[in-house]
Write a protein of this length. Structure first.
Length: 127
C-alpha cells in the first residue's frame, strides 16, 4: 500500500462473518468518512461491508474488494457494487496440501513450496 501511496486508516477483523463485517464497516465509515475503499479478507466480509456502505448512502462511492470468488459475490461484481474479488482456487490448494502430506508420509522428504495461482475477478472477467 505504501508503494501505491494508499493510506490505511483502519484494520479490523470481522472474523469472516457478514453481519460482523457490516457492523465493523459501519463503525469505520462513521469514524473515517473519507474512506474511498475497503479491502476485505473474504467475500462474506465484502458483502457485509457492501451492506454498510449502502446503509450509509455511499453506494458507488467506495470501492470494495473481497477474496475467495464465492458465488454469492458475483451479482455484486456484475452490478459494479463490488469492484473485484481474488480467486485463490481453494480446490487446488486442498489437493496440493494432500499431495504434500502424502509425500512426507511416503518418503519423509519435505517438498518444495508450490506456488498456487491467484486470479483477479472483476465484472469484465466473470465467466
Amino acid at each position: 500500500m505504501k508503494a501505491a501511496e494508499i493510506e490505511i486508516v483502519d484494520s479490523q477483523s470481522a472474523e469472516w462473518e457478514t453481519e460482523k463485517a457490516n457492523r465493523v464497516a459501519s463503525a469505520m465509515l462513521s469514524e473515517h468518512p473519507e474512506v474511498a475503499a475497503m479491502l476485505c479478507s473474504n467475500d462474506n466480509m465484502a458483502l457485509g461491508a457492501l451492506a454498510a456502505v449502502k446503509a450509509a448512502g455511499r453506494a458507488g462511492e467506495i470501492a470494495i474488494v473481497g477474496f475467495d470468488n464465492l458465488e454469492a459475490i458475483r451479482p455484486a461484481l456484475k452490478d459494479g457494487s463490488v469492484l473485484a474479488t481474488a480467486d485463490q482456487h481453494a480446490d487446488q490448494l486442498a489437493v496440493y496440501g494432500i499431495e504434500y502430506a502424502l509425500q512426507i508420509l511416503q518418503d519423509g522428504t519435505v517438498p518444495e513450496d508450490k506456488e498456487t495461482p491467484v486470479d483477479l475477478i472483476t465484472a469484465d472477467t466473470l465467466e
